[in-house]
Design a protein. Structure first.
Length: 318
């Protein structure tokens, strides 16, 4: 291994993110930051420049895994912007400290936004969920901690069934759960009081990028008069959208949609598997963050406050 190559720990984390063993925007962000700390601890470069080059290379490897959750480049940027010092030991300490600080903030932000989201829920409410979002779960769990009785209708979320994880975690939190197939969502909207989803990225216009199926759910919720909120800590704000960039939607393998036998039996068709979609701001009632709740159209104000006019690549040299 040359000094610039990612350590095994970075390669393992990158592989786990790409294969979705580590998944969900907040979890990916925490794991990527921890991998940078492992890289900082695990190398013995002969100069401060070599240390920085090695950390930047690790950040690139981690960034190349999945394209949609902006929490990943935001996490890398947070750590690399604090990579400061004239000697290797100082640089190492600053990176490790920055990672600890980042992970602390991640946990605190989730707890804080959970309380905000919980205030939108009333005793006796039933909520509908899509996919598995730790930020969305934080709202429901905080409502339960406030002593409210909450039930959940959980969409299974094809093709990877992350709804099963949500169902299990809600059950563990004492929330009665009804699991449904995705296509039953509109029918069950008549029985729920709120829809709560997470986000992988939030664009400057207030568009919410989340697991595919969120936008259809939001349109149906509006048609049924059911309020829908996105629970998203501010590392989900996508700074590059401030300067006109769009968010890349990850396309995943067709093998997640159709198994080999069925594929062979059907023959010559094409299969597409987008992992995310964009919910226009007019179909979302609120974005709940650790700084309070926002109408989607006003999120740009918070984005400017936190990111200025945009952001450079995480590995850009200062
Ligand atoms: O869309 C997903 C996960 O998609 P995937 O399973 O493809 O990663 C989640 O709703 C967001 O990432 C938010 O999660 P969190 O609130 O935990 O950050």
């Amino acid at each position: 291994m040359t000094a610039h190559e990612p350590t095994a720990s970075v390669r393992d984390t990158a592989e786990a993110i790409a294969t979705m063993e580590i998944r969900g925007a907040a979890t990916i962000a925490g794991a990527a930051a921890e991998a940078l700390a492992a890289q900082a601890r695990g190398i013995d470069p002969d100069s401060p420049e070599a240390f920085c080059a090695s950390l930047r290379a690790a950040a690139r490897t981690l960034h190349e895994t999945r394209p949609t959750a902006v929490s990943l480049p935001n996490a890398l940027r947070y750590v690399l912007q604090r990579m400061d010092g004239r000697d290797v030991e100082t640089l190492r300490r600053n990176v490790v400290d920055a990672v600890e600080e980042f992970v602390d903030q991640l946990d605190r932000a989730q707890t804080d936004l959970g309380r905000v989201g919980a205030n939108r829920l009333a005793d006796g409410d039933t909520v509908m969920t899509h996919c598995h979002s730790t930020d969305a779960l934080a709202c429901i769990e905080a409502a339960v901690e406030q002593g409210k009785s909450i039930s959940a209708v959980v969409k299974e979320t094809r093709p990877r069934n992350q709804g099963h994880i949500t169902a299990e975690q809600l059950r563990d939190a004492g929330v009665p759960v009804t699991l449904i197939v995705d296509s039953a969502a509109r029918r069950y909207l008549d029985t729920v009081d709120h829809v709560v989803v997470g986000a992988d990225s939030i664009a400057a216009d207030g568009g919410v990028i989340n697991k595919v199926g969120t936008s259809g759910l939001a349109v149906n919720a509006r048609e049924r008069g059911v309020p829908i909120m996105t629970a998203a800590q501010t590392i989900k704000l996508h700074p590059e959208t401030l300067t006109g960039h769009t968010v890349e939607i990850e396309m995943r393998s067709e093998s997640e949609v159709i198994d080999e036998d069925a594929r062979e039996a059907i023959g010559d068709i094409s299969v597409e598997n987008p992992a995310f979609d964009v919910t226009p701001p007019r179909y979302m009632d609120a974005i709940v963050t650790e700084h309070g709740q926002f109408p989607p159209e006003s999120i740009v104000t918070l984005m400017r406050e936190l990111f200025g006019e945009g952001a450079a690549e995480p590995w850009a040299e200062p």
